[in-house]
Design a protein around this ligand. Structure first.
Ligand SMILES: Cc1cc2nc3c(=O)[nH]c(=O)nc-3n(C[C@H](O)[C@H](O)[C@H](O)COP(=O)(O)OP(=O)(O)OC[C@H]3O[C@@H](n4cnc5c(N)ncnc54)[C@H](O)[C@@H]3O)c2cc1C
Length: 154
């Protein structure tokens, strides 16, 4: 296990779908050092959608195109990405979160934003973040993704 970026990040964002990209954009804009870990290409379900006709401001846009615009917008504010699969999130004794990945990396941060889409209760990557302590939100709609959570999981 390689410890990566210890003390280097204010928040780790899991998943770069619309919710994660939105969180990454706001984190960067808020001067937070954020790392977004995405197992595939940024965009999430947008990449499985041909044409989107109900995202306000875009009467018709290809899913991949909107994904690209969202990723560029996040990067514009300094978002950093890692391509990897998060396997576990564990709260350590010092109150920080240990985020371990399939590539054998360990990332540590005082806050985690889970944006991996799966409903929180069934989330396979966060079994150690209890329902009571988890404020992680899984945004079911792109519109909901515009309400980023900068709250820290305590
Ligand atoms: C065919 C289709 C059409 C849709 N049409 C519309 C529509 O017209 N309007 C609308 O508002 N909504 C629509 N939706 C719903 C919309 O796509 C989702 O609500 C939205 O994508 C949710 O965004 P999200 O970021 O929460 O999750 P997702 O888009 O699912 O993104 C989650 C990301 O997390 C990543 N991830 C998951 N697990 C891990 C892990 N362990 N480690 C690292 N990364 C991980 C995934 O690879 C993914 O990129 C549609 C969905 C589908 C499938």
């Amino acid at each position: 296990m390689t410890e990566t970026g210890s003390n280097g990040y204010d928040v780790i964002i899991v998943g770069a779908g619309p919710a994660g990209l939105c969180a990454a954009m706001y984190a960067g804009r808020g001067m937070l050092r954020a790392l977004t870990i995405e197992r595939g290409a940024p965009g999430g379900e947008l990449l499985n959608t041909d044409v989107i006709e109900d995202y306000i401001g875009f009467p018709s846009i290809k899913g991949w195109e909107l994904a690209e615009k969202m990723a560029e917008h996040a990067a514009h504010f300094g978002a950093t990405f890692a391509t990897d699969t998060v396997e576990h999130i564990r709260k350590a004794a010092d109150g920080w979160f240990d985020v371990t990945t399939a590539h054998g990396h360990l990332y540590r941060a005082p806050a985690v934003r889970a944006s991996a889409s799966t409903p929180a209760k069934a989330c396979p990557i966060a079994p150690c973040v209890t329902a009571r302590s988890s404020r992680a939100k899984c945004s079911p709609w792109w519109g909901a993704a515009t309400r980023p959570s900068k709250r820290r999981i305590t």
